[in-house]
Design a protein. Structure first.
Length: 666
């Protein structure tokens, strides 16, 4: 019996030892319900701290022992375990400018038992500065005294840098949207949730604190465009697809602006379809497109006007030339004088058409702007009579300008007469001059201002259009001619007007370049007798009546004439008589071959066959686009011309060429 009890006791002892061994193994592993050991848990905790840059600490107040996790060592720029943690070592890592504040907060925390979140800077061992946040709490004993403090330090340097980058990116995006006048938006058709950027609100003309909603935006749309936007909105609610739509916005001040709304279908965070897009202010683009269309229309009308003027000048050359011949045959009579005056008036009209078309013939010279204005005052005062008084305000020290003085005078007279017509009796019309600078250079401005009723908003966009007039009996060419003259000189015309205050028209002209400033200013020369010896002349013009009228005028002065009405005729005549011909009078524009090209052919044949000097040449033209842009290098006689003007041009052409010949002989 005793033996059996001993065996039983021995078996129980062995089982107890096995159980103790199992318990010891489990305690060593500290396995929980998930089968993770204490060592594994510590490893995972350390890895988590490293990933989120969070270091933990424990301060035993009774023993004054301090514990730092490995990540806290790294945050301080230390290798884990490289020093013995202490409160002094902790304080040494706090930035000197933040130390007093940190100590005050921690002192209060021991009283309250809770460490509030405290942002401060850490100075690492290598001197670098990091942004951190510390927080923690106290553990109290039975008597209520703090026994231990535990907490953590979060390194926020990386996250703050990311936040700063994000803020900078958002700032740049908002700035880009502002400069591009482009706002962004998002709309969820299912929930109706709407988001707008700040620039969206600015473009729409809404207060920046407006809660985004479709109805608020629809109220900003011009009433004339609202219906189509509502229809498109309802369509998108039923079947979102995106797209593009242009319209007008009407802000509270009454200003109308153009916009373009773009949208595209995308997937939201929950996978549901939503619309995202932009709202762009395209007012400037629309205005530029309108200006371009207007410019093209004016260019087309200008070409038409210049073409008509060119053809009329040919006809007037024939009429005027024959009237002069009749006058010399039958003597002076009222009928002929009236006809000649009518030709002159028609010539002035075609000159205005050419000025509008930027194809008028210019005789450029360097002049002083104030002298140009003052020399025209007497004529202008005579034209306006006693109805208004002319007043001047002329700036001193203006740069010189290189212009056709007569054309600029005509433009000023036109503006002054217009000012008189809208001014009340006894009022003043003012002429001013001033200099200005821009990125394109130096300019001279000549302004004519009145105190009339101003220009209506509806008329203002059209005042420079040809044949547009607000006055009964007006031709509508006055301001168009003024603008054409200014632009042909490389300038422009500006206008400003206010209701019941008056209008200001400013002709802006480029200052003369330094190399032309020393050119002598030309002035109309006094009429003087012209004596030209009898010449052998070839007249070339594709209009037979012009060629014949020119021949008759020159024949009346005893010259010997040959006439060609085409390039082939001219080449045939030249082949037989080129050695005899002393002067070629040639039209610039001809269908088979332009005048300059034909003259080059004639000169080459002359130099090859008969002479070492080129032929003497006088070009004539119904307009002078070729003379100004094709580099003719010769004098151009403008049609229609009188016999005296033709003789003067011939004398100048002969003198010029003879001078060149003499220079060549030396």
């Amino acid at each position: 019996m005793r033996g059996a009890e001993s065996e039983t006791l021995l078996r129980e002892v062995l089982e107890l030892r096995a159980r103790v061994s199992d318990l010891e193994g489990a305690a060593a592993r500290h396995e929980g319900g998930f089968g993770i050991s204490l060592a594994e848990r510590e490893e995972l905790l350390g890895e988590a701290e490293r990933v989120i840059h969070l270091g933990t600490w424990v301060w035993d107040l009774q023993s004054d022992r301090v514990y730092w996790s490995d990540e806290l060592f790294r945050i301080f720029g230390l290798a884990p375990g490289s020093i013995i943690p202490s409160t002094q070592a902790f304080a040494e890592r706090i930035h000197p400018d933040d130390l007093a504040r940190a100590e005050q907060v921690m002192h209060q925390a021991f009283k309250d038992g809770v460490f509030p979140l405290l942002d401060y800077r850490i100075v690492c061992v290598d001197g670098s500065v990091r942004e951190a946040t510390i927080y923690g709490s106290c553990v109290f004993d039975a008597q209520g005294k703090p026994r231990r403090a535990v907490g953590a330090v979060l390194d926020r340097t990386g996250s703050l840098a990311t936040e700063a980058d994000l803020r900078r990116t958002l700032m740049l995006l908002e700035e880009a949207q502002r400069l591009a006048r482009l706002g962004s938006w998002r709309f969820d058709p299912q929930s109706g949730q709407t988001e707008w950027s700040l620039q969206f609100r600015r473009v729409a003309g809404l207060p920046l604190d407006t809660e985004p909603n479709v109805e608020a935006f629809l109220q900003c749309i011009h009433p004339g465009d609202r219906a189509q936007f509502i229809a498109r909105y309802q369509q998108e609610m039923a079947n979102p697809s995106g797209g593009e739509l242009d319209g007008r916005l009407l802000d509270p001040s009454g200003e109308v602006r153009h916009f373009r709304l773009r949208g595209e279908l995308a997937r939201g965070a929950n996978g549901a379809p939503e619309l995202r897009g932009t709202l762009q202010d395209i007012s400037d683009q629309v205005r530029l497109q309108e200006q371009l269309a207007h410019s093209r229309k004016m260019e087309a009308v200008g070409r038409l006007a210049a073409g008509i003027a060119h053809d009329f000048n040919n006809l007037l050359t024939v009429v005027g030339g024959n009237l002069e011949l009749l006058s010399s045959d039958v003597g002076s009579c009222p009928e002929l004088e009236d006809a000649l005056r009518a030709v002159e008036s028609a010539s002035n009209l075609t000159r205005r058409l050419l000025a509008f078309g930027r194809k008028a013939q210019l005789s450029l010279s360097v002049v002083e702007p104030n002298q140009l204005v003052e020399s025209t005052l007497t004529l202008m005062q005579r034209l306006v009579g006693d109805q208004v008084q002319l007043e001047t305000e002329l700036a001193q020290g203006l740069p010189l300008i290189r212009v056709d003085a007569l054309e600029i005078e005509r433009a000023l007279v036109n503006l002054v007469v217009n000012a008189r017509d809208v001014s009340a009796p006894g009022s003043t019309v003012k002429l001013e001059t001033r200099a200005s600078r821009s990125a394109d250079g130096e300019w001279v401005e000549i302004t004519v201002s009145d105190a009339g009723p101003g220009i209506k908003d509806a008329d203002l966009p059209h005042i420079f259009e040809p044949f547009y007039t607000t006055r009964a009996g007006g031709t509508g060419l006055g301001l168009a001619t003024v603008l054409g003259t200014a632009e042909q000189h490389g300038g422009t015309v500006r206008v400003s007007t206010e209701s019941r205050v008056g209008s200001r028209f400013t002709i802006v002209l480029p200052a003369a370049k330094p190399e032309t400033q020393r050119e002598p200013a030309s002035s109309p020369s006094a009429s003087r007798p012209i004596s030209i010896r009898t010449l052998e002349i070839l007249v070339i013009d594709d209009e037979p009546m012009v060629a014949e009228a020119t021949r008759r005028l020159l024949a009346s002065r005893g010259h010997r004439l040959r006439v060609a009405t085409s390039a082939s005729d001219a080449l045939g005549i030249w082949a037989k008589h080129g050695a005899e011909i002393e002067l070629v009078i040639c039209d610039v524009v001809m269908p088979q071959m332009r005048g300059p090209e034909l003259i080059t052919r004639l000169a080459a044949e002359r130099l090859e066959r008969w002479s070492s000097t080129p032929p003497r040449v006088l070009f004539m033209s119904g307009y002078n686009e070729e003379a100004t842009h094709a580099g003719l290098g010769k004098q151009v006689l403008a049609k229609p011309f009188t016999l005296s003007a033709l003789e003067a041009a011939i004398e100048a052409a002969m003198t010029e060429v003879l001078g060149l010949t003499r220079s060549a002989s030396h």
